[in-house]
Design a binder for this molecule. Structure first.
Ligand SMILES: Cc1ncc(COP(=O)(O)O)c(C=O)c1O
Length: 325
């Protein structure tokens, strides 16, 4: 969906109009991919607008920046406040949130250490990432001919702009071949992840997902789904998964901030299970949506409410003589 092109963007401590949030063509990040970023969501829950797991997202941003020696002078709480303020000033009820830390403008060269570190936060509307019907019916995917970054090349745990050159190759090939997404293998030929999502495989009621060592981003949705699955009585194992386990799985599903919980109904034109979303996927999708819609108590403190004036939505009505007031 194209940007509306309105609203405000936070840049280095100031809110600027969307149309004025520009950087110079000589900015380092454009030439050398020297940026790290986050993707989080704010949901319009039944109890008011709330960011989902804002703290771990901003912690990952700080850690990604640390890996690349580009620390920005905001601590975790300040980052969270900047995000909340950006949502508030834009009066968004629900939105996608994109904080970015990047090497700015001074000189060009491979050594980034002398280049200033700049930051921005933008928010906008973003709907179903893998197309309409994806969440309900599932998606058809292929195994990519591109592998994820090998360990000790580009760090997969850092959410760096540079890593998304690899993601773009995976995604473009998938789309060119008529699929909505692809699954990339790691350098050893084991399952890694999608271009922008983690992956889960279900067999005989047990759930498996590749470990951090399989060149994945340590997804916050992945962590949430592992927690929800265990709470719902499923065993979840983080383990190296061979490619062929995709073809013998009962269920396969993607998870991520953008993709949320999206069933995979075929891989390389081989049906996954019955070729439609399976019961474990649907149960976890439902559990996830109940949390992000505020329909169940927020047991883990995953929601950060945005607008103080909506606090009354969250007070439990007192029941007096069978009536609520
Ligand atoms: C490569 C990649 N893997 C996994 C994920 C899922 O991570 P999260 O659940 O934190 O959004 C993303 C999304 O940011 C991603 O880009």
């Amino acid at each position: 969906m194209a940007f509306a092109g309105t609203g405000k963007i936070w840049m280095n401590g100031k809110f600027v109009d969307w149309k004025d949030a520009n950087i110079h063509i000589a900015t380092h990040v454009i030439h050398y991919g020297s940026g790290v970023f986050e993707g989080a969501r704010c949901y319009a829950t039944t109890k008011g607008s709330a960011c989902f797991r804002l703290e771990p997202h901003m912690r990952r941003l700080i850690e990604s920046a640390k890996i690349y020696r580009m620390e920005y002078p905001l601590d975790l709480q300040s980052w969270m406040n900047v995000v909340l303020d950006t949502i508030r000033i834009n009066e968004m009820k629900a939105c996608y949130i994109r904080p970015l830390v990047y090497r700015g403008y001074k000189e060009l060269g491979v050594n980034p250490l002398s280049i200033p570190v700049d930051a921005a936060v933008m928010v906008w509307d973003w709907g179903a990432y893998l197309g309409s019907g994806a969440l309900e019916d599932g998606v058809d995917v292929k195994v990519s001919s591109w592998t994820r970054m090998a360990p000790n090349t580009l760090p997969a745990m850092a959410k760096s702009t540079a890593n998304y050159a690899n993601s773009a190759l995976i995604k473009m090939e998938a789309v060119a071949d008529g699929y909505s997404e692809a699954i990339a293998l790691d350098v050893h030929g084991n399952i890694s992840e999608g271009s922008g999502q983690n992956i889960f495989v279900v067999r005989d009621g047990a759930i498996f997902t590749p470990p951090l060592g399989s060149s994945i981003l340590g997804g916050i949705t992945r962590d949430s789904i592992i927690t929800l699955a265990r709470e719902n009585g499923y065993g979840v194992t983080e383990t190296v998964l061979p490619r062929e386990s995709l073809y013998t799985a009962d269920e396969v599903f993607f998870v991520g901030t953008a993709a949320e919980v999206t069933p995979v109904r075929s891989v390389d034109k081989i049906k996954v299970g019955a070729g439609k979303p399976g019961p474990v996927t649907l149960a976890l999708q439902r559990a996830f949506f109940q949390v992000i819609n505020g329909e169940v108590p927020d047991r883990h403190g995953w929601l950060t409410y945005v607008y103080p004036e909506e606090a009354s939505l969250r007070t439990t009505p007192k029941v007096v003589a069978g009536r609520s007031r």
